[in-house]
Write a protein that binds this ligand. Structure first.
Ligand code: MG
Length: 366
């Protein structure tokens, strides 16, 4: 199975409601779709969102990295020479992790198809269901309380609440959400780098004192401030998860060695795909640090790859894969089934993706 050509397209799907964090507001998922075509007729699918505020990636940047850096290294290569071809993707220039993730997942898809086995089984996993949380965007407290109530009515028992746009309001926001959903629902919060270390400790301990019972806080301080992250981890009652601080396996190792966080959030778009995500998971196993699997604003091709991984690594104990359910349509055919919080992995060979419904994907002339 040789890679003969690469086709790129743009997938566009509307969100149910605007997605708002401390960093940005977004109304649609607008992702780059990658098709790796082969001489056997098999097609491998990948997807990457342009998440400028987090990864620095733009649509044009993802397309350019694939066409100018990655494609020349892959065309004509045998998929079965798998370790070598996945390494070529990671070595195709620095950064561009989203472009690399899209191509890497398409290679895993092809390798599974070639050997007629689902990727989660290829990785030693079992076919199982995952349960995802759902994101509640930053808004006025009463709006967030309503959104939280609606999510619980849809069956979600774990909410990921975005905070941090205005620190003075954060405690009021969380109190409104906790009042709205009662004490049985799990609440984790994500500050997306918005606080200083001292501010984070003060806010988190205040939330703890008010009985808000937070499961964890994601990325309370700026990504590069590992000392600040470690300070919050040591001084806050609320456990800390590193997200934007962990892109590469080397970043994860630094966090583990410094005990700078209690948990890490693995996202394919930060680390460059399944190949590096497996390295982070392996290091996490060694250090005994539980992981969450997360996603950006992604449609199902990319989130599906994260599902395959999560079914194969028990160190991934938390699932934040709500990209497809935040969209008002799911234009991707095949792959995992998303039924609100319950995700059922596909048992088709590779990743099980069959394509994108007409009208949602426009091919780029390449
Ligand atoms: Mg996060």
């Amino acid at each position: 199975m040789k890679i003969t050509h690469i086709r790129l397209g743009r997938l566009s799907a509307p969100l149910r409601v605007p997605f708002k964090t401390a960093l940005r507001t977004v109304n649609r998922v607008e992702d780059v779709v990658v098709e790796l075509h082969t001489d056997s007729g098999a097609v491998g699918y990948g997807e990457a969102p342009p998440t400028g505020p987090i990864t620095g990636d733009t649509t044009g940047g993802i397309v350019g990295a694939i066409l100018e850096l990655i494609a020349p290294a892959l065309l004509g290569r045998e998929v079965d020479d798998f370790e070598a071809v996945t390494a070529l993707v990671q070595k195709a220039g620095v950064h561009n992790t989203s472009a690399k993730a899209a191509v890497d997942m398409a290679l895993w898809d092809l390798y599974g198809q070639l050997h007629n086995i689902p990727v989660h089984k290829l990785l030693g996993g079992a076919r199982r269901q995952l349960v995802t949380d759902i994101t509640i965007s930053v808004n006025p407290p009463e709006q967030m309380a309503k959104d939280a109530r609606d999510a619980v009515a849809r069956g979600y028992d774990c909410l990921k609440v975005k905070v941090g746009a205005d620190p003075a309001l954060d405690t009021a926001r969380l109190a409104a959400v906790r009042r709205a959903v009662g004490d049985k629902v799990c609440i984790r919060i994500d500050a997306n780098q918005a606080w200083t270390p001292r501010q984070a400790v003060r806010i988190l301990n205040e939330m703890q004192d008010k009985g808000l019972a937070l499961e964890l806080v994601e990325q309370p301080v700026p990504a590069a401030d590992l000392e600040g992250l470690a300070y919050v981890t040591r001084n806050s009652w609320v456990p800390v998860m590193a997200d934007e601080s962990v892109f590469s396996p080397a970043d994860a190792m630094r966090i583990f060695q410094a005990r700078a966080a209690d948990y890490v959030n693995i996202k394919l778009m930060k680390c460059g795909g399944l190949t590096n995500a497996l390295r982070i998971a392996a290091a996490a196993e060694v250090y005994g640090v539980e992981c969450m699997i997360g996603c950006m604003l992604e449609a199902k091709i990319a989130v599906n790859a994260a599902v395959e991984l999560a079914c194969a690594r028990s160190i991934i104990t938390r699932v934040d894969l709500d990209g497809p359910v935040l969209c008002s349509v799911d234009p991707v055919e095949g792959g995992a089934q998303f039924d609100e919080r319950v995700i059922t992995v596909s048992d088709a060979p590779g990743m099980g993706i069959r394509g994108v419904q007409p009208g949602y994907l426009s091919y780029l002339d390449t």
